[in-house]
Design a protein around this ligand. Structure first.
Ligand code: EPZ
Length: 419
């Protein structure tokens, strides 16, 4: 299993190009199941989760080809309605196959999903929505066996929580069915908006994406599309924090600055110099930062996917600070590893209390989930001496060319390949 070795202490300087958004790419790839016409998706990041989705689509009945950052998807044969366990267990987003196949085949069997280690991550909001649309659901030997008894019909669906995945699944399930569907308390994330813009390019009638109330008027058929995926706001936030923590000066290219407002505002408040243009962000450390408390929230709040990276920065700033995780019930798996590097952190339910320390000392650490992995890399960039990070496959799920981008910015980082 590969490891990453970092010798800390280098300031990051230079330019980094942000890749396409993982969390936008995946639902857009699943949207290809809604049409038999060819589909082209550009600005696609090179990630394990994209490869998993390609394998998934090919299994179900598409022919999917990725060349560089371009993915082309063609229909090749009749769709299968059963999703393969070994792919679903690797990626929670596999559940997004349900919406399109229920719309196209009126049935789909999916193993109960896997994915990151963060919390139980139930799918009740997805299933309750499907039931309201007319889907019957049986759970049999670890599989969700779902089918449409009569017909899927549009209705009003009230989410108990603005789930990103459930919003996307309902969009994918309802663009092709009779009648009007209204999602109340929908997720407002930019990735939901990006999916909706693709569906409308295909001929769907979706309004209100990006707000808490989305209305879908069903249509009879959808055609192919060509679409450039939006930049990855979580990757961008990770590099901004990397610049801050190493006291460097970094220019981020190909970003959508306003997607990062919650993170940039907090960092500006702490004293980091950040200048935004439409697709470029200039970051410069100009003096000691002041620690800030954060509470994660749904968009446009502080992203839960940046919580771990933020925590590492706070661990190295003078004084006390608190992190409250409001989206997932167990997203502090990185705390134990940060303590091994010298962090002074204590957990208290949804809260983590941080007392800033002067430095981290490099040590061997292990990644538990994707964003915890990013946090450990950031910690290694500033720890004294050598930090060896194992289970880097978690990182490869969500960060495109992470080491080479950091190396280009001046980090002393390398990957040790081993079987
Ligand atoms: C998406 O996950 C992202 N993944 C996650 O990014 C991100 O952290 C999350 O949204 C929140 O922004 C993708 O887009 C592929 P949710 P998703 O449904 O859709 C609970 C990363 O690092 N919930 O909005 O799974 C759930 O347990 C990943 O890139 C239910 O209770 O997130 C969680 O506490 C990690 N029942 C909360 O809602 C449900 O049916 C948010 O989940 C669904 C969710």
């Amino acid at each position: 299993m590969d490891k990453i070795v970092i010798y800390g202490g280098k300031k990051l300087k230079g330019e980094v190009v942000i890749s396409g958004s993982k969390n936008s790419t995946l639902p857009i790839m699943f949207a290809a199941l809604l049409t038999d016409e060819p589909v082209t998706i550009t600005n696609v990041p090179s990630l394990i989760d994209v490869d998993t989705t390609i394998a998934f689509l090919n299994f179900v009945g598409k022919k999917t080809v990725k060349e560089g950052s371009i993915v082309k998807i063609y229909s090749s044969c009749k769709y299968k309605h059963v999703a393969p366990y070994d792919l679903v267990r690797k990626m929670r987003a596999s559940i997004l196959v349900m919406g399109p196949l229920l719309a196209r085949l009126s049935k789909v069997d999916v193993p109960l999903p896997g994915g990151c280690a963060i919390g139980a991550r139930p799918v009740d909001i997805h299933l309750d929505a499907f039931k309201k649309l007319g889907v019957e659901i049986l759970v049999e030997s670890g599989y969700l066996k779902t089918f449409v008894k009569n017909e899927l019909k549009g209705t009003t669906i009230n989410f108990k929580f603005p789930s990103v995945g459930a919003t996307e699944n309902v969009l994918l399930a309802t663009v092709l069915i009779k009648g009007k569907t209204t999602i109340v308390n929908a997720a407002c994330e930019p990735e939901v908006e990006d999916l909706a813009s693709v569906l409308n390019k295909m001929g769907a009638k979706v309004t209100g994406a990006g707000t808490n109330r989305i209305v879908i008027e069903g249509v009879d058929t959808l055609h192919g599309f060509s679409h450039e995926v939006i930049p990855d706001r979580i990757e961008a936030a990770t590099y901004i924090i990397a610049a801050a923590i190493t006291k460097g000066e970094v220019v981020l290219k190909k970003v959508i600055s306003h997607h990062l407002k919650a993170v940039s505002d907090k960092l500006k408040k702490s004293g980091l110099c950040i200048k935004e243009r439409e697709d470029t962000i200039f970051v410069k450390w100009v003096g000691n930062l002041k620690s800030q408390n954060i509470s994660t929230g749904v968009y446009p709040g502080f992203p839960t996917d940046v919580q771990a990276q933020w925590m590492v920065l706070m661990c190295l700033l003078e004084g006390k600070s608190r992190v409250k995780e409001e989206v997932f019930e167990n997203r502090f798996l990185h705390v134990a590893e940060l303590k091994r590097l010298g962090a002074n952190i204590s957990m208290d339910g949804k809260f983590v209390n941080i007392e800033g320390v002067k430095k981290f000392s490099g040590a061997p650490v292990m990644i538990s989930d994707l964003r915890a992995g990013a946090a450990l890399v950031l910690a290694g960039l500033v720890a004294d001496g050598k930090t060896t990070i194992s289970r880097v496959y978690h990182l490869d799920r969500g960060y495109d060319m992470f080491e080479s981008k950091l190396k280009k910015l001046g980090a002393d980082i390398k990957r040790i390949h081993s079987l």
